[in-house]
Ligand binder design. Structure first.
Ligand code: PLP
Length: 423
């Protein structure tokens, strides 16, 4: 597409956008009585206007029915979690029985590692990205310790080359091969939270399997952002949160995926709880755990219905929009952001913004990370004062994510215009 950095062009694109009506389904935070330019859907997605209704339904049923709501609520709470697989499966590219909505992200990471990180004396290493999200680092480190290994030896990191920001596929592959016989698990973020780089999940999974290791992914920044094909890629397990791109509210219920070949295996060791127990006989409350032969078999507790109601409000919107249309718009919208930033750079004597997010097809989702070579704080301050909500990472990175559900081309233009004026 021929982009133009003008308000007129941005408005034309918005008028022709087949997803334009979706913006009206969300509350857009206000600044001086006007819509903010909200570019942090990668951190906390906006509230759908329908969320209140979905939660209200459960509050009303609880008020009127008390404990009977487990069976008699409009959406009986006993089965509430069963509403999710058909909504989540198309978002992560899984079969419905491979996915479950439960707990929160870091909790799920631990639960999945309880099953899929089963180190031995010879095969005990976990390969991950350097500077992984802190919670993931702590999870990996503590899992190594739980099994009696020194994390300094057990957790192996792959870093970008000196002077580079993103990981190279060949470096990841080399590292997997290099540690091959000692590798128990390869675990990466599907989309890097700092750079926005999409990792080659299929290639990583293939090579991990070749050396006899398992492959898992943290999809916090991938779920609802990019096209995923977890089942076809043969990924062993994955987990994600629902409050970033998936717009389900702060700390809302998370998700997990377990490949069919594993989730149907009720013999797999796990940290178990009653909600993972075979449904027909669960309430006989007998000793000895019998797992449900789906991803539900990893559930511990009964469903957090209030946060799940918010999750459902958002997933119904995802289902109406469809991942194809969303990723299509995402490419065009992010392409426009790249264009606007290039024009800003071109107008300066010395480059001010280094875009560290890779631009190749399939290498990025909607998040773009800008390394500010000059005037970073000034620019960020001006953005904030003028109603742009972006994200600042020390020492000098601004992360922005124009998300296709509710951001517009005009949002991107306004963002660029403020930077241009400050410079
Ligand atoms: C957002 C995020 C988390 C947050 O974990 P919670 O358990 O939801 O608090 C963890 N890991 C990554 C990669 C993230 O992006």
């Amino acid at each position: 597409m021929q982009y133009e950095n003008t308000l007129e062009f941005a408005r034309q694109q918005d008028a022709a956008d087949p997803l334009k009506s979706f913006r009206e389904k969300f509350f857009i935070p206000q600044h001086n009585g006007k819509d903010t330019v909200y570019l942090t859907g990668n951190s906390l997605g906006l509230q759908p206007q329908s969320t209140r209704e979905y939660i209200q339904q459960e509050l009303d049923d609880w008020a009127q029915l008390g404990v009977e709501g487990h069976f008699q609520a409009k959406n009986p709470w006993l089965h509430y979690h069963e509403l999710f697989p058909s909504l989540l499966a198309p978002i992560v590219g899984a079969l419905p029985h491979e996915v479950v909505a439960m707990n929160q992200l870091t909790v799920n990471l631990h639960l999945l590692m309880a099953t899929f990180y089963r180190p031995t004396k010879d095969r005990f290493k976990i390969l991950c990205e350097a500077k992984a999200f802190p919670s993931d680092q702590y999870a990996l480190e503590s899992q190594a310790r739980l099994h009696g290994f020194d994390p300094k030896e057990a957790v192996v990191e792959v870093a970008p080359r000196p002077g580079e920001y993103c990981l190279r596929e060949e470096d990841i592959i080399d590292a997997i091969n290099q540690h091959g016989p000692q590798l128990a698990l390869v675990l990466f973020g599907g989309v890097n939270y700092y750079t926005g780089q999409v990792l080659p999940m299929q290639a990583i999974t293939d090579v991990a399997h070749n050396v006899g290791a398992l492959a898992g992914f943290d999809l916090a920044h991938a779920a609802g952002n990019i096209r995923l094909q977890l089942h076809d890629w043969d990924v062993d397990f994955a987990c994600w949160c629902s409050y970033k791109y998936l717009n389900s509210g702060p700390g809302s219920v998370a998700g997990a995926y377990i490949h069919e070949r594993h989730c149907t295996n009720t013999e797999l060791p796990r940290a178990a709880g009653w909600w993972g127990y075979e449904k027909d006989t669960r309430f006989q409350m007998k000793p000895l755990f019998k797992a449900i032969p789906t991803a539900e078999g990893w559930q511990l507790s009964n469903a957090p219905v209030l946060s799940m109601a918010a999750h459902r409000a958002s997933l119904d919107i995802y289902a109406a929009a469809g991942m194809d249309a969303l990723t299509q718009k995402s490419k065009t919208l992010t392409g426009y952001l790249f264009h606007v930033l290039d024009e800003i750079n071109a107008a300066q004597e010395v480059k001010v913004i280094e875009v560290i997010t890779p631009r190749g097809a399939g290498e990025h989702g909607c998040q773009v990370s800008l390394l500010m070579l000059q005037k970073g704080r000034e620019v960020f301050k001006a953005l904030t004062e003028r109603g742009v909500i972006a994200d600042w990472r020390e020492p000098n990175v601004i992360r922005v994510a124009p998300v296709p559900l509710y951001n517009s081309f005009e949002d991107v233009w306004r963002f660029g215009e403020i930077i241009r004026e400050v410079l």
